[in-house]
Design a protein around this ligand. Structure first.
Ligand code: ZN
Length: 61
């Protein structure tokens, strides 16, 4: 599993998501950015920022 914690990109945000692959994580994070942080313009560098912060999650956690 791959894990993204929004707090690593937006300090103080407790939201996080887990998925089987990076593409799905990025898709969910972009949706969260739009709905929770009002980021209507998702720029390419934001996608890179998201990808750089995705980590491998403990399967049993
Ligand atoms: Zn967030």
């Amino acid at each position: 599993m791959r894990l993204f914690e929004c707090g690593s990109l937006v300090p103080g945000c407790p939201w996080h998501t887990r998925a089987d692959n990076d593409a799905e994580v990025v898709r969910r994070v972009v949706e969260h950015m739009r709905t929770a942080h009002g980021e209507t313009m998702i720029r390419e560098n934001m996608i890179e920022n998201i990808k750089a912060r995705i980590v491998t999650a403990n399967e049993t956690a």
